[in-house]
Design a protein around this ligand. Structure first.
Ligand SMILES: O=C(O)CCC(=O)C(=O)O
Length: 266
């Protein structure tokens, strides 16, 4: 077992202009360029949910990226040109006549390593009226490390994170557009998912205002012991953290939660 397997993370906690994909692509490109200028260079870049359109739900059929083509070509090209892994937030993604909320992820060669569409649609924001839910789990490998992905409201479902952990995930990525007034829920749920599953949680939430909804940022990297390694405030920023995947092994050995489960009773 290696003593450490470190990854440098960069979280692009960005604003999103609702209903304007061109503006959002341009904003993201600028921030991505800034993210890779850093020394040390990031190994992995993450950004928020629905960054291409925001929650422009009533126009989402016209605005969504057809089969994610524009997004995939842009992110794959950037990943390859800069030798960086990208967990590409999520986008409004049109497949036939259905719009899904989908994460595409790419490795350093620009190869697609994950496609996950949000399973739990958030009725408080009418998602179920305009979007379709995904029907597959977000499991993938990142630099040889088993990883998982969920989107925003998905973190309210502990059984989904537990399933990903049982399948081996050591790191969970969570792009989001999570607004006020539920900051307390956001922080508590993310920390709980990290502590109970003894894995890294890497969340990236948007900032800014769309209509009457204020998004608070507070993107976080939480380690498997529940310590917050970095947390944003409410402004646009690139947040950075270094994680050591072997910490997952150490924490799981210290308190062997996975060995102590009694699934025949629950
Ligand atoms: O669960 C929440 O409070 C927020 C979820 C949300 O905004 C979303 O899934 O888009």
């Amino acid at each position: 077992m290696p003593e450490s397997q470190q990854l440098q993370l960069a979280l692009i906690q960005m604003d999103i202009t609702i209903g304007e994909p061109d503006t959002n692509f341009a904003r993201l490109e600028k921030l991505l360029q800034e993210a890779v200028q850093n020394d040390p260079k990031p190994d992995v870049i993450v950004f928020p949910e629905m960054w291409n359109t925001g929650y422009a739900l009533t126009e989402i059929e016209q605005l969504a990226d057809s089969n994610g083509e524009r997004t995939r070509s842009f992110l794959s090209g950037f990943a390859k040109a800069n030798s960086v892994n990208i967990i590409g937030g999520s986008i409004a993604d049109k497949k036939d006549d259905r719009v899904l909320n989908t994460i595409y992820a790419f490795d350093r060669e620009g190869a697609e390593i994950a496609e996950y569409s949000k399973i739990h649609l958030f009725r408080l924001m009418d998602e179920e009226k305009f979007l379709h839910s995904g029907d597959r789990l977000g499991r993938f490998e990142l630099e040889g490390v088993p990883a998982g992905a969920m989107i925003c409201y998905d973190i309210r479902f502990p059984e989904l994170a537990r399933k990903l952990a049982l399948d081996g995930a050591r790191i969970l990525f969570v792009p989001a557009e999570w607004p006020h007034p539920r900051l307390h829920h956001w922080r508590t749920l993310l920390m709980a998912r990290a502590i109970e599953n003894q894995m890294y949680v890497v969340s990236c939430n948007r900032v800014g205002t769309s209509g009457t909804t204020d998004f608070f940022g507070h993107s976080m990297v939480i380690d498997p012991w529940g310590e917050v390694l970095v947390e944003g405030d409410e402004s646009e920023a690139i947040l950075r953290a270094t994680i050591d995947l072997e910490e997952v092994v150490r924490v799981r050995a210290k308190i062997p939660v996975f060995e102590d489960r009694r699934p025949h009773l629950y």
